[in-house]
Design a protein around this ligand. Structure first.
Ligand code: MRU
Length: 351
């Protein structure tokens, strides 16, 4: 890692320390910077469901550590039956959020090890969770370089939600590219959508870029077309929660709007995601389960009703951008330009 990479890499949302899991409580940022500590799998599942930790890779890493905590208590309670008993904990973790495939990928990795381990499992499982965590950070640095190299002319970029250090093991996917490209003077301005209703852009993306000294300008989602019309934005750069085998991309609701708008204005779309986000079992995006969250996230603001009494709300929190609107998918294994099923299969065959 060179000095620039270290300078632009300060935030770590998930930490294993003192035999417990520490998570930055992302619901409170940027006003309060506080960690919550999880000593058992129930606390980990609660943290994922309630958005203490969010973002596809970070959810997967957190779940992997959750399996370590589950194994610790199951093995202590019943060393003879813990391998069957832990299945209920894996189910609990899997039922927290449906869209980010990294969650299911990480649980599968840990389950395989649970099945093969023969003695006290904690050390072996912890090493695996830490390896998943470190591999994610390494992948993000690799993607940062690959994605930055696609930006030929210095330009402004627009990002959506938070696909940064906070959403991953560290450094970020979309924000990893933005960090690398900013360090290489390929980006002169970062625009971030505020990202209603959780405000991941206004609260998290803005906070973490500023932690690293990268200036950021917030816009409401509705400003995207008007912003692109100014001609300054060269790329929309986003992460993903799940990419189907044909290159369709599920990401935070509003990404599809951006991709449609970008195509109209000649702005390119880059999706940055590790191969752990690619789900070759989903032939196309229409098969990806889309999480719908509680209406209150739209109807209320900080516990106060803001919508007219009697109105209800529809709150899908992800959408699917067709592969045809994506110019490049950047993974740690390489870049897929104008993705389709054949190119995705080639990428995954090489991984
Ligand atoms: O609901 P969230 O905050 O978990 O949604 C996160 C996103 O949509 C991110 O863009 C995606 O997970 C990529 S994170 C590297």
């Amino acid at each position: 890692m060179n000095n620039n990479e270290i300078k632009y890499d300060q935030v770590r949302p998930v930490k294993w320390r003192d035999d417990a899991l520490f998570l930055i409580d992302q619901r409170l940022l940027p006003r309060v910077h506080e960690e919550i500590v999880c000593h058992d799998v129930a606390a980990v599942a609660h943290a994922i469901r309630e958005m203490v930790v969010r973002g596809a890779p970070a959810i997967g890493i957190t779940a992997a550590y959750g399996v370590v905590l589950a194994a610790r208590s199951r093995y202590q309670e019943a060393p003879d039956t813990w391998k069957q008993d832990i299945e209920a904990d894996l189910e609990l973790l899997a039922n927290t959020r449906p869209t980010a495939v990294n969650l299911f990928w990480a649980i599968d990795q840990m389950r395989k090890l649970v099945q093969s381990v023969s003695t006290d499992p904690v050390k072996t499982l912890l090493q695996k969770a830490q390896a998943i965590h470190q591999a994610d950070i390494k992948a993000n640095h690799a993607m940062g370089k690959l994605g930055a190299a696609l930006i030929e002319q210095p330009c402004a970029v627009l990002t959506h939600c938070n696909a940064g250090a906070l959403a991953t093991g560290g450094y970020g996917t979309a924000l990893g590219v933005i960090r690398a490209a900013y360090a290489g003077k390929r980006i002169h301005q970062v625009y971030a959508d505020e990202t209603r209703p959780w405000l991941q852009g206004a609260r998290l993306t803005a906070w973490e870029l500023l932690q690293d000294g990268i200036p950021v300008t917030l816009v409401v989602e509705g400003a995207a077309a008007h912003l692109m019309k100014q001609g300054e934005v060269g790329w929309v750069i986003v992460g993903s929660d799940r990419i189907a085998a044909n290159g369709d991309v599920a990401n935070k609701i509003g990404t599809y709007n951006l991709a449609v708008t970008a195509r109209y204005h000649g702005v390119k779309v880059m999706v940055v995601a590790p191969t752990t986000t690619i789900d070759m079992n989903m032939a196309e995006g229409a098969e990806i389960p889309i999480e719908t969250r509680d209406q209150s996230e739209l109807l209320d603001l900080q516990g106060q009703r803001i919508a007219a009494k009697g109105a209800d709300a529809w709150n899908p929190v992800f959408d699917v951008t067709p592969a045809g609107l994506v110019d490049a998918i950047v993974t740690e294994k390489g870049v897929v330009r104008s993705p389709d099923a054949e190119k995705m299969a080639q990428l995954m065959a090489g991984s």
